[in-house]
Design a protein around this ligand. Sequence first.
Ligand code: NAX
Ligand code: K
Length: 507
Amino acid sequence: MACFNPRSDEALLSCAQMAAADRAAMSMGHFGEDLMEAAGMGVAQLALARTGIRRVLVLCGPGNNGGDGWVAARYLREAGCDVHVVFEGDVSALKGDAFTMARRYDGMTSAYDPSLLDDVDLVIDALFGAGLRGPLRGRAQQMVMDANRCNAFRLAVDVPSGLSGDTGQAEEAVFQADLTVTFFRKKPGHVLVPGRYHCGRVVVHDIGIPACVLDHIAPLAFENSPNLWRSHWPRKVPSNHKYQHGSVLVLGGRPPALGASRMTARAALRMGAGVVTLASPSDGYAIQAGALDEVMVAPYDNDSELGALMADRRRTVLAVGPGAGVGEALRRQVHLALAQKKPVVLDADALTSFEGQADALFAAIQSDVVMTPHGGEFQRVFGTQETAPDQTDGKLAITRAAAYRAGAILVHKGPDTVIAAPDGCAVIETAAPPDLATAGSGDVLAGCVAGLLAQGMPAMAAACCAVWSHGAAARNSGRGLVAGDLIAALPVISKEMELGLKSSVFR
Ligand SMILES: NC(=O)C1=CN([C@@H]2O[C@H](COP(=O)(O)OP(=O)(O)OC[C@H]3O[C@@H](n4cnc5c(N)ncnc54)[C@H](O)[C@@H]3O)[C@@H](O)[C@H]2O)[C@@H](O)CC1
Ligand SMILES: [K+]
């Protein structure tokens, strides 16, 4: 599947891509000065949308981020605010549009003094944005740390100073924004952790760059939303029989984790698969069969019998890992599953079992495979090799590198789940609540992916849809949520999404 629509609102642009969008807009006749004017005006408008903003301190840096700050300062002053700009250095040394904008501002300006923060209602951070390299030092660091301690509302222009727009990684001192106003499209740093926690609310302000510039930039990162994969949502044809709605085989777990595979199986059914079978070792059959109604349970005694269950042509998707027990036996069973050349979901123990021997796993992949590791499992599979991705590149880059290396879709779970395909296409989930960090939650997610694959959804779309549905199911509940609640909520989420698709709620 090609990556998602480059023009979509959900596209995330790296700092370099944003600069390319800027250049492309200028080559189409837009003036850089106009873009900066629109950016600074947007910042001022969003600041003025708050009540009680009278005294404003604008911290301006040496580049174009500072340029936006000078524009915002001018508009806020014109709107009647008491504005003071802090600028370290000589204004005449500024370059290009930032110089022009600084000249157009004729209010109070001075170097930094901590007393300037006394009694201000709003602090605007226009120190550094997309052009930041490395940590804040000296005065900039002091300003940010002092601003973080004051009681004023904190607004960051484009990216909070101290934060990488590309990776979401924070330096020691980072402006702690209540509101971040960015332009045209968000950046990965706004949605990845910890960046997201420093941005407060993020508003994307339109500064007049036409969306068509994205056709050439071809963004490969997106914020998860039904808008991305709605066209792949499986429709149920009234005349279909249950096998045409997809059939999943889940490898049954072993004591003491029998329940994990049951949850995977039930989630696959609740996500819409027509038939789900749990392949259970014979010694656990009675327990599994007694605990499941709609899921069929098929016993097996050895790999050959399990292989026959997996090979059954009616079963189109295999899910392996939850509660399955780390070790050589599971490694064999994973190879058995991959040899079927059917779509396979690998989770939990199926991944951990390949710690230190991941290349053997990757070499066996011949079909669509979706791996769903949490951070620890990811580290075990991808972090112990010489080719381990560099953690300082951030979660987006390391997950992409892992997907490329594995030749599989990677669902790297966490508060900022990153879903990446081998071709570099990546999606970041931003709306999953912390209540999802509960026992069995991952088993449910694996089942959701399998259920959607079984209904014919392309693997990347299925992974994104599963992650979104899983998060939406959790948002229906709250503290005390247990994994079974997620399973129960899935049909309602699907219904709401179908209604949303019809009424274009998600457009
Ligand atoms: N489409 C665009 O690209 C637009 C960009 N705009 C603004 O332009 C910004 C990007 O401007 P720039 O590329 O000039 O970058 P910045 O203004 O973010 O920073 C660049 C300046 O900071 C210095 N610097 C970088 N890291 C430093 C550090 N750790 N310590 C001290 N100094 C450091 C650099 O030497 C350079 O002088 C965006 O964040 C946005 O606010 C807007 O004007 C609207 C349009
Ligand atoms: K900033």
